[in-house]
Design a protein around this ligand. Structure first.
Ligand code: SF4
Length: 388
């Protein structure tokens, strides 16, 4: 689907190539029961909750959008999803799967794990919900950043939630945020995840974005210790190659793809990810843009599921301004970066967080989360074929 819009006041109309929708991010509530020191969410004390009329309006909004796969993944996130009660999800899941829905949905929760109990496990099983738990490694490392509103570490409560998942034999993945503390302890960090029982581990790097204006990994000296950390993890993982590590496995897939198959990122293509906040406001691109207000771009709300359709979203001058700069940023990446074919031009929210604009290229996030991983996996591949 291609749409040309001419409503932007100061920018030439941008031809919008709508990517097939692969991920829907829904904010059931902005509220989070904890207060991680690196959190980027600005409204995490707001206890409002999505109502059923908004859930039904989401189903209507999606009609007519091209889908990447027959079943659409919905991540309930951007606040701690388990702070809404199980009854909310029983109603919301049924409402989303109403007659207006254009597809079947697979539900996902990315949770801090602290509230998981038997009732939640029953709901997870009843609706085949896929669970991702956020945990940052051993207690000392985790508790330095992931704290509650009284500044107490949350490790013990998260591990009780993980134990519940294991008791109910519910598969789960984990995301661990790499901070400067984690880099000092690769062996401890890796062995923790190796024995946790997750089906996949993902490493995020602490990012400077949203309300987290600077990262413990900002600064040139982080690059070297980050690479040393990854090299050690790669060595440790070679003894247990069955352990799935999202960044290594994904990068290996990109590096061994046939020539010409450049990465197409979902978070810089309109429509590939749709993000909807608690009152039905719609944005696309990086989910981290939900709730952000920026001096240059304003709010990233370009429509509302109660009143607008996709055509209205892409006609919004704010969307046009953002998208034209995102495209300019991708072109800068293509022209200047040797890693473009395995990156696809970057995550708009990281560019905004570090460069204050979408129309830019390299960030610290690039150097760590893309370039360092790529170089380590290239070393691994060369070693495997005997040239490293
Ligand atoms: S690594 Fe950074 S500079 Fe390179 S293509 Fe990706 S976003 Fe652009």
């Amino acid at each position: 689907m291609s749409v040309t819009c001419g409503t932007a006041a100061t920018h030439a109309p941008v031809n919008v190539e709508l990517a097939p929708l692969g991920l829907l991010v829904v904010q059931p509530t902005p509220f989070c029961n904890i207060d991680c020191s690196y959190c980027y969410l600005s409204h995490r004390s707001d206890k409002s909750r999505m109502d059923v009329a908004t859930v039904k309006a989401i189903a209507r909004f999606l009609r007519g959008m091209p889908l990447r796969e027959p079943q659409l993944s919905v991540v309930w996130h951007a606040g701690e999803p388990l702070t809404a009660p199980t009854e909310f999800y029983e109603t919301a899941f049924a409402a989303l799967q109403s007659k207006a829905a254009p597809t079947l949905f697979t539900h996902h929760f990315q949770t801090n794990g602290m509230l998981i109990n038997d009732d939640w496990c029953e709901l997870f099983k009843r609706w085949a919900v896929r669970i991702g738990v956020s945990i940052d490694g051993p207690k000392k490392i985790h508790d330095a950043y992931r704290v509650d509103r009284s500044n107490r570490g949350t490790y013990d409560r998260v591990m009780r939630g993980v134990a519940k998942l294991r008791e109910h034999e519910i598969p789960f993945t984990v995301i661990g945020v790499l901070t400067r503390d984690a880099l000092q302890a690769p062996d401890e960090f890796w062995h923790f995840f190796e024995t946790l029982g997750a089906t996949q581990v993902a490493f995020n790097v602490e990012e400077a974005e949203g309300t987290n204006g600077s990262s413990s990994l900002s600064g040139n000296d982080a690059d070297q210790s980050f690479r040393a950390f990854l090299q050690r993890v790669a060595r440790l993982r070679s003894a247990n190659p069955g352990m799935r590590l999202r960044e290594f496995d994904g990068m290996r897939g990109h590096l061994t793809a046939p020539p010409g198959s450049d990465v197409m990122r979902a978070d810089n293509r309109p429509g590939a990810i749709i993000n909807i906040d608690v009152v039905g406001n719609v944005t696309t691109f990086s989910p981290e843009l939900l709730g952000v207000e920026d001096d240059r771009y304003g709010k990233f709300h370009w429509g509302n599921v109660h009143t607008d359709d996709w055509q209205a979203v892409v006609s919004n001058p704010g969307f046009q301004h953002a998208y034209s700069d995102i495209l300019a940023g991708i072109e800068q990446c293509r022209d200047t970066c040797a890693y473009f074919s395995v990156c696809g031009g970057g995550n708009p929210s990281n560019k905004l967080g570090e460069l204050r604009t979408f129309a830019g290229a390299e960030t610290q996030y690039c150097r760590l989360h893309v370039q360092a991983f790529a170089d380590i996996v290239i070393d691994e591949l060369e070693h495997e074929i005997g040239i490293g």
